[in-house]
Design a protein around this ligand. Structure first.
Ligand SMILES: *Cc1c(COP(=O)(O)O)cnc(C)c1O
Length: 399
């Protein structure tokens, strides 16, 4: 997820255009900004690329998910089905929205499965937060059908899947809302920012007001605008949006290099007995930020997680032990270590976070490794990396 690897002249030029006028805010100051509207321009690029009628950029991926949940009406006592393999931001967003997270099982796509969602549905389920982890996708059409059948709101967290598609359609555009992150380590970066995309105009109106204290953004006198809803301040600055514009222009190049680099590493190990690739429902649409695969058992996966970095294959992730991306190490959530009392402490339907029972997810996660795909690798780095990867796995597998 390497947009920062390509930071250069193009980003500097876009930022300089903002610094020339000094109008760092995305709203207002119409005269002084000399026609430069970086946040708006980035939104137009996003909605065009993703095929949604609207895109709204905000301060982070976390505030994007939070805003999407709130503006879809997800709140007190509502249950949201979410995978236990995600970034902790999704749990924060659900909990601080006042809702109740309910973990659903994942499958070999490393995202929520249809069966996992079905098993987690209760009369209080309001939404499914589908997280397209590590650059690839869920079986998103089947999951959308399920949500439609059961009257659930589908929200996609595509923070790690910018540029990925399923059957030609952009991830993030399947549900009622799609959320993206442009933090510093994502496929494209603004330093810090996020986006909510949707083709629902009423939802879009709410989201753009919610992230700016409820401003309706009608007319050209900010102080005179009305406030149809309460909101917060999750605004993006023009400086951040400017970086994002330059990065969006590099997206196709980033995807092409990632896909090629991933292909080389994948080919180096795909034939090894004992190595099973992650199920990618539409391989052509993979954004290829990671190569993820399963080994026969937890012990071998743990050993590979230790040995690969020693053999020079850095960027190896054994997510099962990761502090931020899997439930096992989320003690602060299990103990509800929040600075204030959250609504969930009053909810009758709060699950027992201390004893999450996710045998299927544990089964996949404990055997899985991901290798981060960089775009700066030269052929002279990639070839030895591929052979060291193969040799190390071969040795551990006795293959
Ligand atoms: C990065 C990320 C987020 C949060 O994005 P920020 O911009 O860092 O707040 C949310 N969900 C997933 C899956 C992410 O990877």
């Amino acid at each position: 997820m390497p947009g920062f690897e390509l930071f250069g002249e193009e980003e500097r030029r876009e930022v300089m255009e903002v610094l020339e006028t000094g109008v760092l805010m995305r709203y207002g100051f119409d005269g002084a900004r000399k026609g430069r509207w970086k946040a708006r321009e980035l939104e137009a690029m996003l909605s065009e690329r993703l095929g949604t009628s609207h895109a709204h950029v905000c301060s982070s991926g976390t505030t994007a998910v939070f805003s999407a949940l709130c503006c879809c009406g997800v709140g007190a006592d509502d249950e949201v089905i979410v995978p236990a393999f995600t970034f902790v931001a999704d749990l924060e967003a659900i909990l601080f929205a006042g809702a109740v997270p309910v973990f659903g099982e994942i499958d070999d796509t490393l995202t929520l499965s249809v069966e996992g969602i079905e098993a987690a549905i209760t009369p209080r389920t309001k939404a499914v937060l589908l997280v397209h982890m590590c650059g690839s996708m869920a079986r998103v059409d089947a999951i959308r059908d399920l949500c439609d059948r059961r009257g659930l709101i589908l929200i996609e967290d595509a923070a790690q899947a910018m540029g990925a598609t399923y059957k030609g359609q952009a991830l993030g555009s399947f549900g009622k809302a799609g959320c993206f992150s442009f933090d510093y380590v994502k496929t494209i970066t603004c330093a810090e920012a996020g986006a909510v995309v949707t083709s629902d105009s009423a939802l879009f109106d709410k989201v753009q007001a919610f992230t700016d204290h409820g401003h309706d953004h009608v007319g050209s006198d900010r102080g005179a605008e009305t406030h149809p809803i309460l909101g917060m301040n999750f605004r993006i600055s023009e400086l951040h949006a400017a970086v994002g514009i330059a990065q969006m222009r590099k997206l196709d190049r980033i995807l092409a290099v990632q896909r090629e680099n991933k292909r080389i590493l994948k080919e180096a190990i795909a034939d090894l007995p004992g190595v099973t690739m992650r199920n990618v429902p539409d391989p052509q649409g993979d954004s290829a930020t990671f190569l993820s695969f399963f080994l026969p058992d937890e012990a071998t996966a743990r050993a590979a997680g230790r040995e690969l970095p020693k053999a020079g294959v850095d960027g190896t992730f054994y997510w099962y032990d990761n502090n931020w991306h899997y439930i096992r190490k989320w003690d602060h959530i299990k103990q509800m270590a929040t600075p204030q009392r959250l609504h969930i402490s009053l909810a009758q339907n709060a699950p027992l976070f201390t004893r999450p029972d996710l045998p299927v997810s544990d089964g996949w996660m404990s055997r899985m490794l991901s290798l981060q795909i960089k775009i700066g690798w030269s052929p002279s780095d990639l070839e030895p990396r591929a052979s060291r990867l193969r040799e190390t796995l071969q040795r551990l597998l006795g293959a």
